[in-house]
Design a protein around this ligand. Structure first.
Ligand code: GDP
Ligand code: IMO
Ligand code: MG
Length: 423
């Protein structure tokens, strides 16, 4: 069996895109299984530098089929812009990306409502949403008030659906003093989407089933990280889907027993974008240095990312929840010039020591307990083998591996495709 999943085991932006790009070289099928264009997956390869939002990172291999699966939410306007950009930069046409007919459509009103709902929240309650309409679209899906990609292929059915749901949407928009929509306006929009994407909307089940049953190499690409999972993350500061391997099975339509390896992507330190607790956040010059050297600015929104030391308690929780079989440790090189490196191994909460990750409100009161490591203070960006890494870097990696009981199979020492050590 060769169904492998790539998931983020922190707060997102772990470097999933570069790992998927690397693994996708051999993949026959890459499936984006949840989320929408809130993602920003940076890929740097021989075709250029790209920030992918909804397009799976297997797009660069012409022989790889890519599916934006049933578990996702799709904004066809931004998808069109993304594909145009990839075609312009790479100089080749993109005809290897398909959308499952069950994927939900992010409509213009979802984006408007996302912004309005966020504006209503007080500063301490803000989620820091990307305002891409993700939350409102998944809410409509759960309320059975959503539109799906396949709906735009059947005009009569589409009109019936829009006529049913639009009055409620317009009431919500009016409540916030926002522009309302007419049925005809939305029908025209969907007709435009159908003209561009109609032939790429498929029922992915037979395709995925055939690939699974004939042992094809399949890669499941997650968005964000478990700490923003809607069930297991820092609710309510979460996204509205499940970026875990369980979410991968559900979103891609593949049974759990089919998964062979789960690659957990983890940065050598940590970052978080948006609101909510983040125990190891640094407000000092070390945090500033991590942000500067690591280039920690959002790939989707450009927002400065909150930066901090590696939290092994949260990572241990993530490895357990995802059944991670292999870790890909990214951005080791960012620590090259730190004399001292810290890792969090527990928390103090209300005077009590915690060795496990508690729920959100406890996290908000948690103070990290650190172990200190002395840094290696030399350039790792040219290392291509385990032996070439400085001894102190190897010790740091082995300590992480031991604490997480999980093999670190890939070590990334730069953003380029070849800046990777396979162990
Ligand atoms: P994703 O959302 O998980 O795909 O991660 P992002 O693309 O949002 O953020 C990762 C950032 O780190 C991108 O700018 C990558 O180009 C960059 N990157 C990935 N791996 C490495 C690495 O090993 N070293 C350095 N210096 N940068 C890296
Ligand atoms: P990738 O895939 C980092 C954060 C937002 C916000 C919360 C909910 O590149 O790792 P949403 O737009 O889903 O309503 O936002 O999740 N967030 C991300 N943070 N990387 C991302 O994607 C993110 N996608 C959403 O900042 O706190
Ligand atoms: Mg990102």
């Amino acid at each position: 069996m060769s169904v492998n999943a790539v998931v983020g085991v922190q707060w997102g932006d772990e470097g999933k895109g570069r790992i998927v790009d690397y693994l996708a070289k051999d993949a026959e099928l890459v499936i984006r299984f949840q989320g929408g264009d809130n993602a920003g997956h940076t890929v740097i390869n021989d075709q250029g530098k790209f920030a992918l939002h909804i397009i799976p990172s297997g797009v660069f291999n012409p022989d790889t089929m890519n599916i934006v699966s049933a578990g996702t939410v799709v904004n066809f306007d931004t998808m069109a812009g993304e594909i145009d950009h990839i075609e312009q930069v790479s100089g080749r046409s993109v005809d290897n990306v398909f959308i499952d007919r069950r994927a939900h459509l992010i409509m213009p009103y979802h984006c408007l409502l996302d912004g309005a709902e966020e504006n209503k929240r007080s500063d301490s309650q803000k989620i820091g949403t990307t305002k891409r309409g993700i939350g409102p679209c998944y809410s409509d899906k759960a309320a059975r008030m959503g539109l799906r990609a396949g709906d735009i292929l059947d005009e009569d059915w589409l009109r019936t659906r829009i006529e049913l749901l639009l009055p409620k949407k317009n009431r919500d928009l009016e409540y916030y003093g926002l522009k309302t929509f007419t049925v005809d306006e939305l029908m025209e929009l969907c007709a435009r989407w159908k003209a561009r994407f109609g032939s790429y909307i498929i029922d992915s089940v037979p395709v995925v089933r055939e690939a699974v049953e004939s042992d094809k190499k399949i890669l499941l690409e997650g968005q964000l990280g478990i700490m923003r999972d809607n069930d297991w993350g820092i609710y309510p500061y979460t996204t509205s889907s499940n970026p875990t391997v369980a979410g991968a099975c559900n979103g891609a339509g593949i049974a759990p027993c089919r998964i062979s390896r789960v690659y957990g992507v983890i940065k050598a330190y940590s970052t978080s974008v948006g609101g909510g607790p983040y125990m190891t956040e640094l407000f000092d010059s070390d945090g500033e240095k991590l942000r500067r050297i690591g280039g920690e600015f959002g790939a989707t929104t450009g927002r400065p990312r909150r930066c901090g030391w590696l939290d092994l308690v949260a990572a241990d929780y993530a490895c357990y929840m995802n059944g991670v079989t292999d870790l890909a440790l990214t951005k080791l090189d960012v620590l090259d010039s730190f004399e001292t490196i810290k890792v969090c191994t527990g928390y103090m909460i209300d005077g009590e020591y915690y060795s496990y990750l508690p729920d959100t409100s406890y996290q908000e009161r948690a103070k990290p307990v650190y172990e200190e490591w002395s840094g290696w203070m030399c350039d790792t960006t040219k290392c291509r083998t385990w032996e070439e890494l400085p001894e102190k870097a190897r010790a740091y990696i082995l300590a992480i591996e031991e604490k997480l009981h999980t093999h670190i199979t890939y070590i990334s020492v730069g953003p380029e495709r070849d800046q990777l050590i396979v162990r």
